[in-house]
Design a protein around this ligand. Structure first.
Ligand SMILES: [Zn+2]
Length: 443
């Protein structure tokens, strides 16, 4: 036995994935990962997921380390197998993660070690809505990448179409200044030539838009059904984004085998109601929001009563009965439903807008066509993180009316290839719920 009984219980969902098993889990426990980030808040999510999955040693390099003692205490509370501390640039480890804005990533990557002691490095560069991720196995390609990034942030690439357009637009503005044609509104132009998106707004307009967004978020009421693997990341993101009322429906209690992925919970809370533990964690993340708990198993009898006070429902459940129940109830009560599922290294997500897009039954008309009670399935801990954050992004877009939803679309995520496919879905005209002759008219 490589693992203790307690560890075997905690990492159960990893042990039943053949690609990981007991040997892989033992390797993870002996591994060290460095996280480089700008602030404690930014590294909260990777620190919690690495700890949940049982990466034994976590070293943090932070530009701003305020609040890190509290995060470290939380991480150890989640998994006592894990050690976490601050570190310096010279430390060796099995892997390094660098994530943040292009400026930060570029600086951090350029100072990341030498050829002799190179550590495989996972890099994520991200703006608010766009990001890219790559794994580097040698210092030269990492440096080359970092240099292009730095060049990009100075908008001075070998030939930048965006910069060419920018220069011409600057010339237009300069002429307007010279001949007094500027309206003094300080307009900001944001563009993406690759996708031909152009947005132009005044400075006041931008402030108004941000206030408007904050207002809409604070007034929104979102119900998350399931405070587990998917519910954890979805709830954390929505709390951080400032959604005013978050409801959590879950009647389960925390077990050791949940802790490899359910980052809302802690080891010291094993045996506590998940809804209660989630409320504790979310209250710490954002004390200004309202959190309702519904400690009931969702059924035909109570579903309408529970969802009626919410604007949007997030399905973060692990069984098909509840999926169908939420699909039907949300359709009949005209509530948008954001849906996701996970298995091993894979995930799916979709958004159901009643009458405007497909529903779950368009794809699988009846419950008995699916496996009703699948055996315990393996799930790599951070996979539901990926899918739960997609669900939260969908909720944000529904609330603020921005962007493109996964309406009539399904995302299929394959974590072994780090590949996302977005498949188009059609509304099924003979769907028993949303088709032209429905046979389901109540839950
Ligand atoms: Zn349908």
């Amino acid at each position: 036995m490589l693992l203790t009984n307690k560890q075997a219980e905690r990492y159960l969902r990893h042990l039943i994935i053949p690609e990981i098993g007991e040997i892989g889990q033992k390797k993870l426990l002996d591994s060290s990962v460095i996280i480089c980030g700008e602030s404690t808040e930014e590294i909260t999510i990777p620190a919690l997921y690495l700890a949940a999955m049982g990466v034994g040693n976590i070293f943090c390099i932070l530009s701003d380390n305020r609040g890190c003692a509290s995060l470290f205490a939380d991480v150890i509370d989640l998994n006592g197998d894990v050690r976490i501390s601050e570190s310096d640039e010279r430390r060796s480890a099995d892997c390094r993660i660098i994530a943040g804005s292009s400026r930060f990533v570029s600086e951090a990557a350029l100072s990341a070690g030498s050829e002799r002691n190179f550590i495989p490095t996972v890099v994520c560069v991200s703006e608010r809505w766009r990001g890219m991720l790559q794994v580097f196995n040698d210092i030269n390609s990492l440096r080359a990448f970092a240099e292009t990034l730095e060049v990009c942030s100075r908008t001075n690439a070998s030939f930048s179409f965006a910069l060419a357009l920018g220069w011409a637009a600057c010339a237009v503005e300069a002429v307007k200044v010279c001949v007094n044609l500027c309206d003094g509104n300080n307009k900001i132009l944001s563009y993406d030539l690759l996708h031909m998106n152009f947005v132009s707004y005044g400075k006041n307009e931008q402030e108004r838009a941000i206030n408007n967004e904050a207002q809409k978020l604070s007034e929104a009421r979102v119900l998350i059904v399931g405070a587990g693997g998917l519910g954890s990341p979805a709830a954390i993101a929505l709390a951080m984004a400032g959604v005013g009322t978050i409801g959590l429906a879950d009647s389960d209690i925390i077990e050791a085998s949940n802790l490899n992925r359910q980052i809302l919970h802690r080891e010291t809370r094993i045996g506590m109601l998940k809804a209660e533990s989630a409320r504790m964690s979310l209250g710490k993340i954002n004390p200004h929001i309202r959190i309702n708990t519904h400690v009931e198993y969702l059924s035909r009898e109570n579903v309408n009563e529970i969802i009626k006070d919410y604007d949007i429902v997030v399905a973060a459940v692990d069984n098909f009965q509840t999926r169908y129940l939420l699909n039907d109830a949300c359709f009949l009560m005209k509530k948008p439903l954001v849906e996701a599922g996970v298995l091993k290294f894979d995930g799916t997500a979709t958004t159901i807008i009643p009458e405007k897009g497909h529903c779950y039954r368009c794809l699988y008309p009846n419950l008995n066509e699916r496996i009703i009670n699948p055996p315990e399935k393996g799930i790599l801990g951070a996979i539901p993180g990926v899918m739960g954050f997609i669900e939260a992004a969908e909720v944000f877009k529904i609330i603020t009316g921005t962007g493109t939803l996964l309406k009539n679309k399904i995302i299929l995520f394959d974590g072994t290839d780090m590949q996302f496919d977005c498949i188009d879905m059609d509304k099924n005209p003979v769907c028993p719920l949303c088709g032209s002759n429905p046979t389901i008219t109540h839950v």
